[in-house]
Design a protein around this ligand. Structure first.
Ligand code: XMP
Length: 305
């Protein structure tokens, strides 16, 4: 990207030329990539664009409200409450790839319904360069790249940020005056908390994961991590009051990275780690243990599944 204001002007023209008078949809996740792509596309085609936010129930705490606030000026915004359908779809699924697949499938079904309803001929996607690279290889299936265009018959796909890295997307977001909570937001995976829960996704584990992720994001802000997260990784014995309990183990992870393709585990001071531990175990009765993950990528990935 040469300079940000000419990039923005150029992309608005390009999107407008590509879509013309037709209708377009974009799947919003609340993250910086899709929000920035939506803002660009909205500048280009206004209410011909329907941004669709599917509330999968696997999102961060307060995400739905955040999306509603960011795009309150967009009359065409659709918020689909699909929480129960996702939980049902994930019931009994333990294999990580199967889990991603199930989420991708359900997501497509939800999105398809809206796309048909508004007669969308174009799909705008917030795909960025590292998404394309990782999906072309065998690293993992990014549901936000593969599924939608294959399953829904669009006239065209518009990916205004396909050659950008994350830090460049943030520059574009700032240029478009997106709120700081969006432009500076940590990346969050499409399959959401499901890849931060080992084994089956249940309502109980989701509550633990959602709250623990919220604590970690809040407490580690000043470290400016590329990504900081909490994952529910199993059960272990602990003591609560006078009783031995078999509670959840929450792993905390904080990494530095430029593009997510490699990453370094961050050094966090003991006091901060203890505060995180005490908030997570204190705020949730069912958590008995908190551990800190010191592994770089490679050999680990950033997410747990
Ligand atoms: P991993 O765990 O593979 O993650 O080291 C690298 C980066 O990609 C994010 N990630 C995803 N993003 N859909 C996404 O949009 C996905 O399916 C997905 N899986 C992982 C992850 O959060 C990290 O930033």
């Amino acid at each position: 990207m040469v300079d940000v204001d000419s990039f923005v002007a150029e992309k608005i023209t390009e999107i407008g030329d590509a879509i013309g008078d037709a209708n377009a949809v974009i799947a919003l996740s609340g993250g910086v990539d899709s929000s920035t792509a939506a803002a660009l596309a909205y500048e280009a085609v206004g209410d011909q664009l329907t941004p669709v936010y599917v509330d999968t129930g696997l999102m961060r705490k307060g995400e739905t409200e955040q999306v509603r606030e960011t795009f309150e000026y967009v009359d065409s915004l659709r918020i689909v409450d699909a929480r129960e359908r996702f939980l049902e779809k994930l019931s009994g699924v333990t294999d990580p790839e199967e889990k991603r697949h199930a989420i991708g499938e359900q997501f497509i079904r939800e999105f398809e319904t809206v796309a048909r309803d508004v007669g969308a001929e174009y799909l705008v996607q917030g795909t960025i360069y590292p998404d394309r690279i990782e999906s072309e290889g065998t690293i993992k299936s990014h549901h936000n790249v593969g599924g939608l265009p294959e399953r829904i018959d669009f006239e065209g796909i518009v990916e205004p940020m396909r050659d950008l890295y994350k830090d460049e997307v943030r520059e574009v977001a700032r240029e478009l005056d997106l709120e700081e909570v969006v432009s500076e937001r940590m990346p969050f995976p499409g399959p959401g908390l499901a890849v931060r829960i080992l084994g089956e996704v249940t309502e109980e584990k989701l509550v633990v994961a959602r709250e623990a992720n919220h604590v970690v994001e809040e407490e580690l802000v000043e470290y400016e991590p590329w990504q900081a997260l909490a994952a529910v990784i199993g059960k272990a014995t602990g003591v609560k009051g006078d009783n031995r309990v078999h509670g959840w183990v929450v792993a905390v992870r904080s990494v530095e990275s430029r593009d997510g393709m490699t990453a370094r585990a961050q050094e966090i001071d003991w006091e901060t780690l203890q505060r995180i531990q005490s908030r997570i175990t204190g705020e949730n009765e069912t958590v008995s243990r908190v551990v800190y993950d010191v592994t770089h990528k490679p050999p680990a990935t950033i997410e747990y599944e």
